[in-house]
Design a protein around this ligand. Structure first.
Ligand SMILES: CC(C)(COP(=O)(O)OP(=O)(O)OC[C@H]1O[C@@H](n2cnc3c(N)ncnc32)[C@H](O)[C@@H]1OP(=O)(O)O)[C@@H](O)C(=O)NCCC(=O)NCCS
Length: 150
């Protein structure tokens, strides 16, 4: 498993990974191009046997906090620690860039992702009413979660 930075050669593989990983509301190519072309964004891509199997991308919110825009792991490789590694790498990069708080948004009913984030030390800070366009498990609400970095 190789963790490395995104290159534009990865874009279609990440579009496909999003579609495979998210039941609802996957980023499409246009969304992903907007995130990766933001000059302030930073990321890691996981590669196995030359194939993209995971990624994480973050964008600064303000001087002290950065937001995890998206994280996904190939469904066939979930629950093997890859998501945790991606989170560690992106949080270390946040610290290196001078951020002290990591923030993210998650669907209220994405219980698996919420369990994952809690395991990483994130706590819910806000309910986001009808934050999402599409329903997932009968809800469009979300949570903002945050973690103080060292
Ligand atoms: C969320 C996601 C990135 C986690 O990646 P992962 O590689 O499977 O996570 P890890 O293997 O590092 O999991 C670490 C811990 O998080 C928790 N966790 C992860 N997936 C979980 C699940 N489906 N249900 C319950 N707890 C879960 C567990 O405590 C797990 O430890 P364990 O396997 O020893 O029990 C991955 O499931 C994913 O891509 N999901 C679809 C996309 C998505 O929902 N992204 C987040 C949107 S906000």
């Amino acid at each position: 498993m190789l963790l490395r930075k995104f290159t534009w050669d990865d874009i279609q593989a990440i579009v496909d990974l999003e579609a495979r990983s998210f039941a609802v509301g996957a980023y499409d190519r246009e969304d992903l191009e907007a995130v990766f072309s933001n000059p302030d964004s930073f990321n890691y891509v996981a590669e196995a046997d030359g194939k993209v199997v995971g990624y994480v991308v973050a964008i600064p919110l303000d001087n002290s906090s950065a937001d995890i825009e998206s994280i996904a792991v190939d469904p066939g490789l979930q629950r093997s620690g890859l998501g945790s590694s991606l989170m560690s790498y992106i949080e270390e990069e946040m610290v290196a860039r001078g951020f002290s708080i990591s923030v993210l948004e998650v669907r209220e009913k994405n219980l698996e992702a919420i369990a994952f984030y809690q395991r990483q030390g994130y706590e819910t800070t806000k309910l986001l009413n009808n934050y999402y366009r599409e329903y997932f498990r009968d809800s469009r609400h979300g949570f903002r979660m945050a973690k103080r970095l060292k």
